[in-house]
Design a protein around this ligand. Structure first.
Ligand code: ADP
Ligand code: MG
Length: 254
């Protein structure tokens, strides 16, 4: 196992003339939780999408568990991986989005068991048994046969987490997983994430939930306009920030 589960080094990404990521670096050790904060438009979602190569980067490098993401080094040059190989890397990286994008025509159990069967070729019985374990882990054992439309937003998001875990990822990326939820449903999703953190999963979490970040994060990164403004322990960044931009942001979200 590598010293770091994630090593992003000087990552650059532009959309046309919009230089969205301007040298973003971040390291996450196995089992650590890293929270990423910043104003809307600062590049947080783009950075997460670069980590699983849903977006290609133009400069710098990203390694997950020691493996270069999206590219191969040959003759001192970087060559982008064929789509199939990039997809294979992505399989090991779970992602949960703001909107619980479950398949509406499948039950909770089918949503969770689907990718292991179709993508990994797991036997249906094996995938379904694992899906039931995961439903129990997210506190939804009794909802195996429910369709997404029969579940609350918080329950749907917990199914989405279980679905990502079904692929047995070595890294989980969360992009504002509670931002679309009614306030009374936020807690149950954060609780599942805390439990996942305690179980030793490596996680990068984009969130505005400062309480969660203070309690669960090993490191906190504050980003603005595509650069890392401040990075450190939750106490350093959230309680005693050095930078005016960090203080200004915190005063708005707290
Ligand atoms: P955040 O998640 O921090 O709110 P984003 O990563 O979504 O920020 O966006 C950062 C910038 O990149 C914004 O200016 C946004 O308009 C731009 N952007 C994001 N995705 C795309 C895209 N697919 N095409 C063009 N511009 C994009
Ligand atoms: Mg975003």
């Amino acid at each position: 196992m590598s010293e770091f589960m994630v090593e992003a080094d000087q990552v650059h990404k532009a959309y046309g003339h919009n230089h969205v990521l301007r040298g973003v670096s971040m390291s996450v050790r196995p089992g650590e939780v890293s929270c990423l904060l910043g104003p809307s438009g600062s590049g947080k979602s783009t950075f997460l999408r670069c980590i699983n190569h849903l977006e290609s980067i133009e400069g710098g490098s990203i390694r997950v568990d020691g493996e270069l993401i999206g590219f191969r080094e040959r003759g001192g040059k970087l060559h982008e991986l064929p789509a199939k190989e990039a997809a294979a890397q992505r399989r090991d990286i779970g992602m949960v989005f703001q909107r619980f994008n479950l398949f509406p025509h499948m039950t909770a159990l089918e949503n969770i068991a689907c990718s292991p069967i179709t993508v990994k070729g797991e036997k249906p019985q094996v995938a379904q048994a694992h899906a039931r374990e995961l439903l129990e882990q997210v506190g939804l054992s009794e909802k195996a046969a429910a369709y997404p439309s029969e579940l609350s937003g918080g329950q749907q998001q917990r199914v989405a987490i279980a679905r990502a875990l079904a692929m047995r990822p070595k890294l989980m990326l969360f992009d504002e997983p509670t931002s679309a939820l009614d306030p009374e449903l936020v807690g149950e999703v954060l609780e599942v994430m805390k439990q996942l953190a305690r179980s030793g999963m490596t996680m990068i979490v984009v969130t505005h939930e400062i309480g969660f970040a203070r309690e669960v994060a090993d490191t906190v990164t504050f980003m603005d306009e595509g650069v890392v403004v401040e990075q450190g322990s939750p106490h350093e960044v959230l309680v005693d920030p050095r930078e005016a931009r960090t203080r200004d942001f915190l005063s708005k979200v707290l």
